[in-house]
Design a protein around this ligand. Structure first.
Ligand code: PLP
Length: 456
């Protein structure tokens, strides 16, 4: 694209596109930072013809890499055969049925039914409605509150933005809705007392959850929602024994567990599901992102027999299930998911996420350990993170208004690397496609280190 047409495109964007999660006044004066026009593997090309290595797989989602011909063929074939038909009133199409069966087979817990949506946010809304329906059918109409965690990310719809434990998603929007509560996340760096063992820290968090449930009244608390690894809130890995301790509290008070696997599901942590990695026993599982590697929007709620049996019993009370999206069980999305899952299986990409991830963690240690502004380097599988502070001794955060991590990610672009700042934790994250080579990982990590040197 010529410099002139690239500039014209950026101006069109500046004037017309309402960008999500964007500082609108700054955008209004600067226009887009990058306008990506093509992608291949882990490489993006912008409208000026400059290339970038994408260390974030978009938004933690393009797990098989960009623009794979097998995906284009599968989508073209489906669009040429049956571009759309709905699933309302018992109607349906072939591929979503096959995909639901496949997801049930591969799920980390027994699954009775799969409900399809379009995004992680709407899937978490569906989960909340299932939880409320479940307790209405059981004759427990007051048992409706949902407990989430600070720094948890569960989406942006009216309900799921409230579940999200990041205040910038609440302020100005009258959120969260009144039935939502938050507890502390298992982030040792800031939440544990100095010298605490994992077991002590886990016991404190489980006790806090129990105290909250008792204070609210167990007959008012319906569910607890948690990402296995908290992604957007700072790449927070739960300490050993965390979910076992939480699960014991939930079981004691008849509180359901919703596992939000939107980032972790389908191999991101080097195993199929985060649920398995961290010993969770969820009643409901939310998946999105990696289910299609973001070639087409798709999400799913995996419903275990415990919830499904009650939903079925509710049919006599409510005469049907009054919920669904025009695009629920969209055949194009199902075609994308089936081919994406074939690629992950055939190319052993989950195993690859583990081995390339191990290389990435080594390189992150080599480049960032010991830096006076680096508080912690953490991650699991093919997710890595570097958290910044003003000083490590004593541990003192930067003033949040400084946006230190954001400065590093912005500067990384000059070195041809796209990372992502997670402002809640002053952290930069790495979550590249599973197909990324070790050489590309080296370039991603070294480029980000050069950006840090430029900023300090
Ligand atoms: N849940 C988790 C764990 C996520 O990371 C996200 C998005 O990043 C969502 C839910 C919301 O998904 P979506 O943006 O598709 O609505």
């Amino acid at each position: 694209m010529s410099q002139q047409s690239s500039a014209a495109l950026k101006e069109m964007d500046r004037q017309h596109l309402f960008h999500p999660f964007t500082t609108l006044k700054t955008f209004d004066s600067t226009g887009p930072a990058l306008t990506i026009v093509s992608g291949s593997g882990s490489t993006l090309t912008d409208s000026n013809g400059d290339t970038y290595l994408d260390a974030m797989a978009g938004l933690w989602c393009v797990n098989i890499g960009y623009s794979r011909p097998e995906m284009a063929e599968a989508l073209a074939k489906q669009a040429n055969t049956l571009s759309y038909y709905h699933a309302f009133s018992g109607m349906g199409t072939d591929l979503p049925a096959r995909l639901a069966a496949r997801l049930s087979d591969m799920a980390p817990v027994p699954v009775s039914r799969v409900f399809f949506g379009n995004s992680g946010s709407d899937a978490n809304d569906t989960q909340a409605k299932l939880v409320w329906y479940y307790n209405n059918v059981r004759g427990l109409p007051n048992k409706k509150k949902i407990i989430s965690r600070q720094r948890g990310y569960h989406g942006v719809t009216v309900l799921s933005a409230g579940l999200t434990g990041l205040t910038n998603l609440h302020e100005g929007f009258d959120l969260p809705l009144p039935m939502i509560r938050h507890v502390r996340p298992p982030h040792r760096l800031w939440e544990a007392e100095p010298g605490m063992t994992d077991a002590e820290f886990v016991a404190v968090l489980a006790n806090e959850l129990e105290a909250l449930i008792l204070a609210e009244g167990p007959d008012t608390v319906a569910a607890f929602i948690a990402e296995p690894m908290q992604a957007a809130g700072g790449v927070i890995i739960p300490p050993a024994g965390y979910f076992e301790a939480i699960q014991a509290v939930l079981d004691k008070y008849d509180v359901l567990l919703i596992a939000d696997e939107v980032v972790c599901g389908f191999g991101r942590l080097g195993v199929d599901f985060g649920t398995t990695a961290f010993g969770m026993k969820p009643d409901l599982i939310t998946v999105a992102k990696g289910i299609t590697s973001a070639y087409v929007p798709l999400s799913a709620c995996l419903v275990t027999p415990k919830v499904w049996d009650v939903v079925m019993a509710g049919q006599d009370m409510y005469g049907g299930f009054g919920h669904g999206y025009t695009y629920s069980a969209h055949p194009l999305a199902a075609a994308a998911a089936m081919t994406n899952l074939d690629i992950i299986e055939n190319e052993k990409l989950t195993e690859r996420a583990a081995t390339v991830g191990a290389h990435m963690h080594r390189r992150l240690q080599e480049e960032f350990a010991g830096h006076p502004n680096v508080a912690e380097i953490r991650g699991q599988g093919l997710v890595g993170a570097v958290e910044f502070v003003r000083s490590t001794s004593p541990m003192t955060a930067f003033d949040p208004s400084m946006g230190f991590a954001a400065k590093v990610t912005k500067r990384s672009l000059a070195h041809g690397i796209v990372t992502r700042a997670l402002p809640a934790a002053d952290t930069i994250s790495f979550s590249p496609p599973f197909t990324t080579t070790e050489d590309e990982i080296d370039a991603m990590v070294a480029g980000t280190r050069r950006a840090l040197d430029d900023v300090v």
